[in-house]
Ligand binder design. Structure first.
Ligand SMILES: Cc1cc2nc3c(=O)[nH]c(=O)nc-3n(C[C@H](O)[C@H](O)[C@H](O)COP(=O)(O)O)c2cc1C
Ligand code: SF4
Length: 501
């Protein structure tokens, strides 16, 4: 009996020792993973959330096997589904983006785009470089670029310092422009050396007098930077037409307040309209003034809802002369993104790009202005097919905000308005920003832009044209509610073709 108790005790002691050993090993492993995670620079989530951040990657991997039983399907999530985000993540990392076995996309839903391949696609040897477009032919300093896909407006304030730095550096390497957004021009925009589009929002941050009116002197100073190539007057933006920008007080740091010309820590609320732009006359006057002061191309950005005002504007341009026209119009989709916006405006105001882009292009063609006024399209175009659709419709350029956010590592946590962004993109919390390594993410911005350009080209060549700018409406079909696809030139027949096939 004593012998049995003795051996049982020894057994318990051995088991306890093994347990303590395993526990110790586990703790050592956690410490090791912690050290690896905080010191690596590739994954923001692991850097910001050492050890537990690893579960995200594990679940993502396991999701491939389990999501068919438990979770949302590849193409179900909003605003961007997993298939779209995965494409961007892989493009940004420079990974192979080919898929195995076949498309997981159901080609039957209404609105599905189908490009019409040519029986004789363009031979690799015959591929032409993307043509250069000149914007602002009547300016002292017109802007010429062949970049199709560019960084849409996101202000320093809505996004963090390292995010702006990475976008600036990556854009320079890729050769695309970056729009400052309405928060003014910061040193971080200039740091990487990329071409800049300076945006004037309704509060005229960065170029305002104390009373909020436009300061010609400050505008001259900002546009004096060689890197600033164009100026965009924001009339409205996708997610919140008719509402000014809201930058929560928590995000208004000393530095941001200085750049914008506002008070530290107070909510930064811009007016819901430019107080000095209330008619077509006012708009053309402002465009003329800004172009005169800066000598650079000037355009405006707007979400399209009502559109009679465009006819009025274009008629007025005919009266005043072709030089008076905006050099570009940025057509923003009603379902675009924002750092913070009221839900009723996000969800229910403004036409989606699918309706507004053909409408604006056709109006420009009808008024004989399509060559004079370049069209920039923005709104949920994060993969090559969406961008190619916009080119088919008649856009000259595509802008993306959220596509580039994904390339910076955004995981669509939807907390951009709370200063708690886990990936350091839309927060001014230094600890969270610490996870966003500028050099690493700049490379991803570059890779994403490069791969977008490359694959838009692949689609164009498959359709039989030598370069993307030659895409026409008949190259893209859209599935209708009877299940059959119809080409864009039948859906939107007004446009008289003004590009060589
Ligand atoms: C974080 C964030 C900040 C933004 N800030 C601005 C801004 O300052 N000015 C502006 O015109 N648009 C702003 N936008 C809108 C984008 O420029 C773009 O028009 C919109 O998100 C649609 O493009 P997307 O679908 O590629 O994101 C912002 C968007 C996001 C997500
Ligand atoms: S990770 Fe979330 S909070 Fe950060 S930018 Fe993306 S959506 Fe916004």
């Amino acid at each position: 009996m004593t012998e049995f108790v003795g051996s049982a005790l020894t057994m318990v002691q051995i088991l306890s020792a093994v347990l303590v050993f395993l526990l110790g090993l586990g703790i050592l492993a956690v410490i090791f993973m912690y050290l690896v995670d905080v010191n690596q620079k590739t994954h923001t989530i692991r850097r910001n959330f050492p050890v537990i951040g690893r579960f995200r990657y594990l679940f993502e991997k396991l999701g491939e096997y389990f999501r068919q039983y438990f979770f949302a399907q590849d193409r179900e999530e909003m605003p961007f589904n997993r298939a779209q985000r995965t494409w961007v993540y892989r493009a940004a990392k420079g990974f192979d983006n080919t898929v195995a076995f076949g498309s997981t996309r159901d080609l039957r839903p209404v609105g599905t785009m189908i490009f019409v391949n040519c029986p004789y696609p363009v031979l690799e040897a015959d591929i032409a470089p993307t043509s250069t477009v000149k914007i602002g032919p009547y300016c002292k300093q017109p802007y010429a670029t062949n970049s199709l896909f560019n960084v849409s407006a996101m202000s320093f304030g809505a996004i963090s310092k390292p995010a702006v730095q990475a976008l600036s550096k990556g854009s320079k390497k890729a050769g695309n422009w970056m729009n400052t957004g309405e928060g003014g021009l910061s040193p971080y925009h200039l740091e990487g050396g990329a071409d800049i589009v300076f945006q004037i929002g309704t509060a005229k941050y960065g170029v305002r007098n104390l009373d909020g009116s436009l300061s010609d002197e400050k505008l001259r100073e900002v546009s004096g930077h060689e890197q600033v190539k164009m100026v965009e007057i924001k009339l409205s933006q996708d997610a919140k037409p008719g509402k000014g920008g809201i930058l929560p007080g928590g995000k208004v740091t000393k530095e941001i307040a200085k750049i914008r010309g506002i008070e530290v820590g107070a909510d930064s609320i811009s007016p819901n309209r430019h107080p000095d732009i209330g008619s077509a006359d006012d708009l053309l006057n402002m465009i003329h003034r800004v172009r005169d002061v800066t000598g650079k191309p000037v355009g405006f950005k707007s979400v399209i809802g009502a559109y009679g005002w465009l006819d009025e504007l274009f008629d007025l341009i005919s009266e005043r002369g072709i030089e008076s026209a905006p050099d570009f119009i940025t057509v923003d989709s009603g379902d675009g993104g924002s750092g913070a916006a009221p839900m009723s405006l996000v969800d229910n105001v403004g036409l989606p790009l699918r309706e507004s882009l053909p409408l604006v292009v056709d109006m420009l063609v009808r008024h004989g202005l399509k060559d004079r006024v370049k069209v920039i399209a923005s709104g949920k175009m994060v993969t090559p097919a969406e961008a190619a659709w916009a080119l088919c419709v008649g856009a000259d350029f595509i802008n993306s905000a959220r596509g580039f956010m994904f390339s910076l590592g955004c995981i669509q946590a939807l907390q951009c308005n709370m200063n708690t962004c886990p990936t350091g993109i839309t927060t001014h919390d230094k600890k969270l920003q610490g996870g966003l390594d500028v050099t690493n993410k700049a490379e991803r911005v570059y890779q994403y832009s490069k791969n977008m350009h490359k694959e838009i080209g692949v689609l164009a060549h498959s359709c039989g044209v030598k370069e993307p700018r030659r895409l026409q409406r008949f190259h893209c079909r859209v599935v209708q509610d009877n299940g059959r696809s119809v080409p864009l030139d039948v859906l939107y027949p007004n446009r008289t073709s003004d590009q060589a096939a």
